[in-house]
Design a protein around this ligand. Structure first.
Ligand SMILES: Nc1ncnc2c1ncn2[C@@H]1O[C@H](COP(=O)(O)OP(=O)(O)O)[C@@H](O)[C@H]1O
Ligand SMILES: [Mg+2]
Length: 255
């Protein structure tokens, strides 16, 4: 089982879009996938067509009140969702004996996900206790990146955080980047991608997800791109990305 945090402290970079569509594309290929909404905003559940108010979420599992099994929602064939729950935001502020608890999610995932091939965690755009929990719970991170100049700044900050964790937790993350909102006709996009390629060789997944209107539309219908428009180039991008991710296919050369 690969447990993967989809992470970037910047908002609007495509974490939730990647979480919903990549997990569905992998599930559609026959693998068993669980996706966890670790963002109190609950956008992942909405993107998958779930009304969050009617379900308990990961918040109660992290508090020790419920088990994972009790919170699982089967959302598609091979794809199950655990929503954020109404009280996830409070966990950012939770303290015990004056210390923040970083191991709540890790503990929550110990049992109940046997038989799953992939667990994706859709992280919030912050660098608080929820992110600490995500980094405790995983060995692998997937970073959605936009191809604008300021995104590079954000990435070096994120990589710094990850390095600190590696030191403290004495582990090494397998990290991947996905170009999540690619606009190939813009010069700056290609320039940023080339900078990324030189700094992170062997880490950028081979398929860049292009910016399209369809991808921006699907969340309002509670559908993934595979349902909303399965013949679109965006559906193809995500199906290719699914194989990239499963097989570790990365991008080479100058764009
Ligand atoms: N490749 C893309 N093409 C078009 N719109 C996109 C794309 N990726 C994300 N979006 C849109 O951008 C907004 C932010 O994306 P989202 O996945 O919610 O980012 P995050 O979870 O990082 O905050 C959403 O409205 C989403 O539909
Ligand atoms: Mg999000």
């Amino acid at each position: 089982m690969r447990v993967v945090a989809i992470i970037n402290q910047k908002g609007g970079v495509g974490k939730t879009t990647t979480s919903a569509n990549l997990s569905h594309a992998i599930a559609a290929s026959g693998k068993k996938v669980t996706v966890i909404d670790l963002d109190p905003q609950g956008h992942l559940a909405v993107s998958l067509g779930i009304r969050t108010q009617q379900h308990g979420g990961i918040d109660e599992v992290m508090r020790g009140e419920k088990t994972i099994q009790q919170q699982i929602i089967q959302v598609r064939d091979n794809l199950q969702l655990i929503t954020s729950g109404a009280r996830l935001q409070e966990i950012e502020q939770l303290t015990e004996n004056g210390t923040h608890r970083g191991d709540l999610l890790k503990n929550a995932l110990q049992t109940g996900l046997e038989g799953q091939d992939y667990v994706f965690i859709d992280c919030p755009p912050s660098s608080g206790l929820l992110i600490v929990n995500a980094l405790f719970a995983t060995d692998e991170i997937l970073i959605p990146m936009t191809s604008d100049f300021l995104a590079l700044q954000g990435l070096s900050h994120l990589m710094g955080t990850v390095k600190k964790f590696e030191k403290v937790l004495k582990k090494q993350y397998t990290s991947w980047l996905v170009i999540s909102r690619y606009t190939p006709n813009r010069k700056i996009s290609r320039q940023v991608l080339n900078i990324l390629l030189s700094h992170f060789p062997n880490k950028i997944l081979a398929t860049a997800i292009r910016e399209t209107t369809l991808l921006a539309e699907c969340p309002s219908f509670g559908k993934t791109i595979l349902e909303y428009n399965p013949r679109s180039r965006s559906a193809k991008d995500f199906c290719k990305l699914a194989i990239d991710f499963m097989e570790g296919r990365v991008m080479y050369g100058k764009k």
